[in-house]
Design a binder for this molecule. Sequence first.
Ligand code: 5GP
Ligand code: ZN
Length: 116
Amino acid sequence: MTEAGCLFCKISSGEINADVIFEADDVIAFRDINPQAPTHVLIIPRRHISTINDLVESDADIVGQLYLAARDIAGKEEIADAGYRAVMNCNAGAGQTVFHVHLHLLGGRNFTWPPG
Ligand code: 5GP
Ligand code: ZN
């Protein structure tokens, strides 16, 4: 369920503090410590999954829950209408630095495409 030494497992269990803004049975969300936009929230499964590559068929529900949480948080943060990014980096080449899957929810400013 948890992986020793995993930062986000420790945040999920409360061992390490974070600015938690959403909690459900299987999902938790907290503000990014180094925000890249006025709203920058990380939405994670409580259960440890390292990368998108490690997802299995039975994880379909939890992945859906991450996006439903993003929808709800975007509404509460009042970024839903203007628009936001919901993005998951996979492995180092895409910029993943914490190897516990997390959905970045970014909003409150305009974004360009393609991303850097
Ligand atoms: P990644 O680069 O893996 O896609 O995203 C990891 C994110 O976790 C980064 O945006 C980084 O700022 C954030 N982060 C790293 N350490 C901490 C921490 O201790 N607390 C919080 N709230 N965010 C963190
Ligand atoms: Zn973990």
